[in-house]
Design a protein around this ligand. Structure first.
Ligand SMILES: [Zn+2]
Ligand SMILES: [Zn+2]
Length: 277
């Protein structure tokens, strides 16, 4: 059986215009995904996107000002939670978890608490998508342009302990390898050992903070990171495809499950439980 997909976006995530909660549920039933968590984006940071990113995505550009500063619209918690209830009625055989993916939760503690108080969110992810640069906030690839990709990755990983220490709103730390999605094709390949110290620092902070590490399957997670996670005290894993449309659900999950098993992680009692070592 495939693991639960604990990181999925629907039309309630502001950054996708092809998200579809009902379609994703139907897809889960069709391909045998036992449980889905709709972890919609909750973003308060205003970030500066590069021209290429905005040109590629007119939808994203519709939230940008003339300087490329992107402001996410407010999250409609009540509307979202009602949509989850409708899908639970419509797909009784599928376990549907409510959730959020909170970007930079440590920077917006009160605003985050406000949204969380609106109802029940079963699975809450914390994410770091970028870093402040002076008065701006850059995500990769802008971060790579500004700092160089090696320094940007080190700075990104070194910031993770502050995210964990600064917010108890989330249980799962999402996509610890997020900058690697933007590693330039044609550049020297990513060598995990060159960043071992920084990865271990970040993983230790996540483990010591009592959080779960996400195995995000958007890009295959380096096996070394799974090994370091266990060595730094990590005991639980969550699986997430980060799909923003139904076809992406559980993408790469067979390989991800094999990798987790190879590092000693096993499914829990229920399909929506975290895998543990
Ligand atoms: Zn994310
Ligand atoms: Zn996501």
């Amino acid at each position: 059986m495939l693991p639960a997909d604990s990181h999925v976006h629907s039309e309630w995530s502001w950054d996708t215009n092809i998200g579809d909660m009902e379609g994703t549920c139907a897809r889960a039933v069709a391909i045998g995904v036992p449980a889905v968590a709709f972890t919609e984006h909750l973003d308060h940071v205003v970030w500066t996107a590069d021209r290429g990113t905005l040109e590629e995505s007119p939808h994203l550009a519709s939230f940008a000002d003339g300087r490329g500063r992107v402001t996410a619209p407010a999250f409609d918690a009540a509307g979202y939670l009602a949509a989850v209830e409708r899908c639970r009625d419509r797909f009784p055989g599928l376990r549907i978890l409510s959730g959020l993916e909170i970007g930079e939760p440590h920077l917006h503690v009160e605003a985050v608490a406000d949204v969380l108080s609106a109802g029940r969110f079963d699975r809450v992810l914390g994410s770091l998508h970028g870093l402040p640069v002076g008065p701006e906030f850059y995500e990769p690839p802008m971060l790579f342009e500004h700092f160089g990709r090696e320094r940007a990755l080190r700075l990104y990983l070194r910031r993770i302990p502050a995210v964990v220490a600064g917010s108890d709103a989330f249980a799962v730390f999402a996509h610890i390898d997020y900058p690697l999605r933007f590693w330039p094709v044609g550049a020297a390949p990513f060598d995990p050992f060159a960043y071992e110290e920084e990865f271990r620092l970040a993983l230790r902070a996540v483990a010591d903070g009592g959080r779960v590490l996400e195995l995000n399957s958007r890009v295959p997670l380096c096996p070394e990171i799974l090994r370091w996670w266990r060595e730094e005290g990590g005991t639980a894993l969550s699986f997430g495809s980060d799909a923003h449309h139904p076809a992406g659900l559980a993408g790469g999950f067979r390989e991800a499950a094999h990798a987790a098993e190879a590092h000693g992680f096993r499914p829990g009692r229920h399909p929506w439980d975290f895998w543990t070592s």
